[in-house]
Ligand binder design. Structure first.
Ligand SMILES: Nc1nc2c(ncn2[C@@H]2O[C@H](COP(=O)(O)OP(=O)(O)OP(=O)(O)O)[C@@H](O)[C@H]2O)c(=O)[nH]1
Ligand SMILES: [Mg+2]
Length: 421
């Protein structure tokens, strides 16, 4: 039963627009939660602020707040209450008991969006795994929803406990099946990555909705899904950026980051995030027009550091400059990320400039070599042709003389030292 339920809260996000009440600690984060729930097609109709100091271990919020929430729910005929915090399984259950309405927390919302946006076998498996891991300790909370979906009789509590046990076992089995499937997919990915070892890779990273996919499309003339939605992209798409360069250059789009990304998601998206580790250069894309641009930059850098990628070479791209009116914003962001480049993905000349910056980055790592390749080593000569920029080529008695500009790692791989003049 559980494995077929597509949603954490079946019914809530599936039929038309439901109204929900959002509860949280701060306005900015609640603005983001509004965007998240709107992405799910749900209307956030009321916002209730709570103080962070007094966390009630049983219900997170105090009695007074519960009454306030209750009143809002009744007044607006809301279908659910969304908490912009991490609720423990216990708090979820108690809140639901008190409020007699569906409760979801921030992680649940994000996982729900990922579920709805997963398109490929890989991302579907990753999300399903993350969802069940999130669900497992919360089964007794979500169980009531599944039970309603099954059409079971409410109130038969003894039966419920037994059913939870059955479901728990089902979920555990399902988790191990998904884990195995994911391992298989990871192996496939590894093979694909190995096939790309001869190219230079630029990975686009950044906060969700920063414009990564739009930039990838503009840079590579392709059509990766890009939308004004949070987490529009969940898969790492690889596109040729400059097939004519030596070596060829590819760009890789990746899943967006967000503040307090649920750990279950980070864990199951490991194989997608591996693409970042494999990249030669990261393009950190920032939505410069966003009021929280600096914070979003920080969140992304923090996640990158957690993934052990702090040292990876990177270029910060301040995107959406067409929407930035005050020059102060740009200066402020430049202070945070020196050497950043300001662009609009919609302006062709900006995209062209960004492309040159990327190519220059790799050019800098190139050096001139003068080599004499014996005619018996025609393979090496062919490799030099495909991976370097040839300046002079002359046939001599002893072999082909070549003056070539080539990337340092390639010079090493081809053992040019051996043929150096
Ligand atoms: N005004 C403006 N809008 C942009 C620019 N770049 C992207 N957008 C818009 O921003 C929205 C998000 O763009 P995406 O490319 O989907 O963003 P993303 O970073 O791939 O987002 P996720 O896949 O959700 O992580 C879309 O509506 C784009 O049209 C830009 O330079 N200027
Ligand atoms: Mg995208």
């Amino acid at each position: 039963m559980l494995e077929n339920s597509e949603s954490l809260l079946p019914g809530l996000f599936q039929y038309g627009r439901s109204r929900v009440v959002c509860v949280g600690l701060e306005e900015e984060s609640l603005n983001e939660l509004d965007r998240l729930v709107t992405t799910l097609g749900v209307d956030p109709v009321r916002r209730i602020l709570i103080a962070s100091k007094r966390v009630n271990p049983a219900t997170y919020v105090g009695k007074g707040k519960i009454e306030e929430i209750q009143k809002a729910v009744e007044e607006l005929s809301a279908k659910a209450v969304i908490f912009d915090v991490e609720l423990s399984p216990n708090q979820l259950r108690n809140l639901e008991k008190d409020l007699k309405i569906a409760i979801l927390d921030r992680s649940g919302v994000i996982i729900e969006i990922f579920s709805q946006h997963a398109r490929t076998r890989e991302s579907k498996t990753q999300v399903a795994l993350a969802r069940l891991q999130y669900l497992l300790p919360r089964l007794s909370h979500f169980w009531t929803h599944f039970e309603r979906q099954r059409g079971g009789a409410p109130g038969s509590r003894g039966m419920g406990e037994k059913q939870i046990e059955v479901d728990r076992r089902l979920v555990k089995t399902r988790i191990s099946v998904l884990r195995e499937r994911l391992q298989g997919i990871e192996r496939e990915r590894k093979v694909q990555r190995a096939g790309r070892k001869d190219v230079l890779k630029v990975a686009l990273v950044g906060y969700t909705n920063a414009g990564k996919s739009t930039l990838l499309n503009a840079l590579t003339h392709s059509q990766v899904r890009a939308e004004d939605q949070l987490f529009a992209t969940l898969d790492a798409s690889v596109r040729a950026l400059n097939p004519d360069s030596h070596p060829p250059l590819v760009a890789i789009d990746t899943v967006g980051f967000i503040n307090r990304l649920p750990p279950a998601l980070v864990a199951s998206f490991r194989s997608t995030l591996e693409e970042l580790r494999d990249a030669d250069l990261l393009l950190h894309v920032v939505d410069a027009s966003h009021s929280q641009a600096k914070q979003q930059w920080e969140v992304t850098e923090k996640v990158l550091a957690e993934l052990d990628l702090a040292e990876k070479p990177r270029i910060t791209v301040l995107n959406k400059m067409d929407c930035v009116e005050t020059p102060g914003v740009r200066n402020q962001l430049r202070l945070v990320a020196p050497g950043s480049i300001a662009v609009s993905a919609f302006r062709q000349e900006d995209v062209q400039r960004l492309r040159e910056v990327i190519l220059n980055h790799f050019e800098q790592k190139m050096a001139y070599w003068e080599v004499l390749i014996p005619y018996s080593k025609s393979k090496v000569e062919a490799q030099i042709h495909s991976h370097g920029k040839i300046e002079i080529k002359r046939h001599t008695e002893k072999g082909t003389f070549i003056r070539v500009k080539i990337e340092e790692s390639w010079a090493k791989k081809l053992q040019l030292e051996k043929y150096k003049l």
